[in-house]
Design a binder for this molecule. Structure first.
Ligand SMILES: [Zn+2]
Length: 218
C-alpha cells in the first residue's frame, strides 16, 4: 500500500510538472501553472484575457518575490502582475514573446501606493523618472526577482534603468550586484511596466533560452 501511494505521489508530481517548449517568441507551454488572482503581496490583473499561466518556476518566483516585498514593506502597494502566457502558451496579443511561460510583465512599485488595477501611468515624465517611481522599492524588487528566479533579462525604459543604476551606486551596491544590473535591457514601451524573462529550467530539454528571428522578440 505504501509503495502504491509513493507511486501515485511520484506520478502526479511528474505529470503536473510544467514544461516550457521552444523559444520565447515561438513556443508553447505544457501543463502551465495558473497564478491566482491575488495572494500575499500581489494582485494579478487583466484576467479576462487569461494570460495567467506560467512555468512553476515563474509562478514560484512571482509569489516568493511578492511575499518578500510585502514583508519588508508592509502596507504598501502590492506587486501588480500583468500578462504571463496563455494556458497552452503560443502567440498572444499584443506581445512578440510571452509564448512559453517564461516571460512576465509587472508594474513598477509606486510612491503614491495607488494600485491601478489596470495599465499603470507612465513612470517617465519629460525624459525623467516620475516622482511616483519608487526607486528604493523597485531596486529591491529587481534584487528579489533574481533571488527567487533564474532571471535572464529584465526589460525596462532607459530612464528608469539609469535611475536604478544610479541608486545602486549611491547605496554602494553596484559592484556587488552586477548580475542584477547586467540583466537590465532597454526596450521601448517599458515606461509603465517591466518585463522579466527567465532562463529555461535545466529539466526542460525542449526549451531554448533565446529568441528566433521573426521580429517582436519582447
Ligand atoms: Zn512583456
Amino acid at each position: 500500500m505504501k509503495a502504491l501511494s509513493l507511486l501515485i505521489v511520484l506520478w502526479s508530481s511528474f505529470s503536473f510538472a510544467s514544461e516550457p517548449v521552444g523559444y520565447y517568441n515561438q513556443g508553447a507551454l505544457i501543463d502551465g501553472e495558473c497564478l491566482q488572482e491575488s495572494g500575499e503581496g500581489y494582485v494579478q490583473l487583466l484576467r479576462d484575457v487569461g494570460h495567467i499561466y506560467g512555468t512553476s518556476e515563474m509562478i514560484n518566483m512571482l509569489k516568493e518575490t511578492a511575499a518578500d516585498m510585502q514583508r519588508r514593506y508592509p502596507g504598501r502597494d502590492r506587486l501588480e502582475i500583468e500578462d504571463i502566457a496563455a494556458k497552452n502558451g503560443g502567440d498572444i496579443d499584443p506581445h512578440g514573446s510571452h509564448e512559453n511561460g517564461l516571460d512576465v510583465d509587472i508594474q513598477y512599485f509606486k510612491a503614491n501606493n495607488v494600485e491601478e488595477r489596470s495599465y499603470a501611468p507612465s513612470m517617465v515624465e519629460n525624459g525623467r523618472a516620475s516622482e511616483n517611481f519608487d526607486v528604493e522599492r523597485n531596486w529591491e524588487l529587481m534584487k528579489s526577482l533574481h533571488r527567487h528566479g533564474s532571471v535572464q533579462m529584465i526589460f525596462m525604459d532607459t530612464v528608469l534603468k539609469n535611475k536604478l543604476i544610479d541608486y545602486a551606486r549611491s547605496k554602494g551596491e553596484y559592484n556587488s550586484h552586477l548580475r542584477v544590473i547586467n540583466s537590465f535591457h532597454y526596450v521601448p514601451n517599458h515606461d509603465d511596466h517591466l518585463h522579466v524573462r527567465l532562463n529555461c529550467p535545466a529539466s526542460a530539454r525542449r526549451c531554448h533560452s533565446t529568441t528566433i528571428r521573426k521580429g517582436g522578440a519582447e
